[in-house]
Design a protein around this ligand. Structure first.
Ligand code: UFG
Length: 342
């Protein structure tokens, strides 16, 4: 196989990683998946194998361990890396900043060092809309200034973007794309892969599906007194399958050598704000159920409203979010039901 069609996927067993794996395989890429399984398990790969009918090449590797990671670079020829492997719990990052800085930045630096050493040109980095903080002008474009991070987790995204920018500038053969994800939600429509949070979910949609499944008693809506149309927060909820496809579009662009600069950034969202209450009502309607929920106080640190201008990704990547909120929330519920044998 042509090394241009081979990709190393770090964190490939996780939520976004596993969905991206499906879309890469569908697009004809050969993928080497690595994961340390610290926050994921191999069932996601079984799901991917069922969906795609392909066997997955998998190696249990911690990207923080450069010796093991080097063996992967020695063993496989690939031109591109998609780097997902990272810790992602905002609250936990406040309690354990060193864990977040050493894991999220250490692993990315290892990837970049080895890409330089082995002359592998293309890297896609999972960034986040968190870098925009509480932006004044909405929707945010890629040119909207980043704000100081509110958490160590968010700071790892900002710093990693800067590391990538500097490396692409310094090293002739390195090209990078940072994708700034808005709020990824949903699951593969097959219901075979999806999000698997450990413990009590922090994020809205897994909390909703677990409440609908009877695992959680009642969903708390964190505030209905924001300066928004219905008082609840506004977000740009992006279907995880659409998000996965954005990685394929970004990779295609790198391989076609279509990049306009050595380092590029794209917002990956729908461009459409949806409120927390609107999302809950849509979930109830499309899945024909009632969700127990109550309005509680605001969650500290929450941003009232954030959504993306996605014109750049639309034009340059030729990518648009194709799935609508109803389809997304049906898939999220299908996945939860499969998981719980409901
Ligand atoms: N929410 C509730 N109840 C819940 C969970 C969430 O009302 O039980 C609300 C939140 O208050 C917020 C919205 O649902 O208004 C979305 O919350 P999430 O936790 O799902 O997502 P966030 O927008 O807070 O977090 C996301 C990413 C983080 C990232 C952050 C900042 O998950 O990785 O955006 O951009 F850091």
């Amino acid at each position: 196989m042509d090394p241009r069609k081979r990709v190393l996927l770090s964190g490939g067993c996780g939520y976004i990683g596993s969905h991206t794996l499906v879309e890469l395989i569908n697009a004809g890429y050969e993928v080497i998946t690595i994961d340390n399984l610290s926050n994921s398990d191999l069932n996601s790969l079984k799901g991917v194998e069922k969906i795609t009918g392909k066997n997955i090449i998998f190696e249990k590797i911690d990207t923080c361990d450069i010796t093991s990671l080097r063996k992967i670079f020695e063993k496989y020829e690939f031109d591109s890396v998609i780097h997902f492997a990272a810790f992602k719990a905002v609250g936990e990052s406040v309690e354990k900043p060193l864990d977040y800085y050493s894991n999220n930045l250490g692993s990315f630096i290892n990837i970049l060092k080895l890409m330089k050493e082995f002359n592998r040109p293309n890297v896609i980095f999972s960034s986040s809309a968190t870098v925009y903080g509480n932006a004044n002008d909405l929707p945010v474009t890629e040119a909207t200034p980043r704000q100081p991070a509110e958490s160590p987790y968010g700071n790892t995204k900002t710093i990693a973007e800067d590391i990538l920018r500097d490396c692409c500038k310094a090293y002739k053969n390195l090209f990078g794309i940072a994708l700034r994800y808005f709020n990824p939600i949903g699951a593969h429509p097959s219901g075979l892969i999806g999000e698997l949070p450990k413990g009590v979910p922090n994020n809205l949609v897994p909390y909703i599906t677990q409440t609908a499944a009877g695992i959680r008693e009642c969903l708390s809506v964190f505030g209905n007194d924001y300066d928004t149309p219905d008082g609840s927060c506004l977000r740009d909820f992006i279907d995880v399958v659409d998000l996965a496809k954005a990685h394929v579009a970004a990779l295609d662009r790198m391989i076609r050598k279509d990049m306009k600069a050595k380092y590029e950034i794209f917002n990956i969202g729908t461009g459409r704000p949806v409120s927390v209450l609107e999302l809950i009502k849509t979930f109830e309607k499309v899945n024909d159920l009632k969700l127990p929920y109550k309005i509680t106080g605001r969650r500290p640190g929450d941003i009232p409203a954030l959504w993306a201008d996605v014109s750049l990704a639309n034009i340059e990547l030729g990518w648009t979010a194709g799935r609508n909120l109803s389809e997304t929330l049906q898939a999220a519920w299908k996945w939860e039901k499969n998981l719980r044998n409901i």
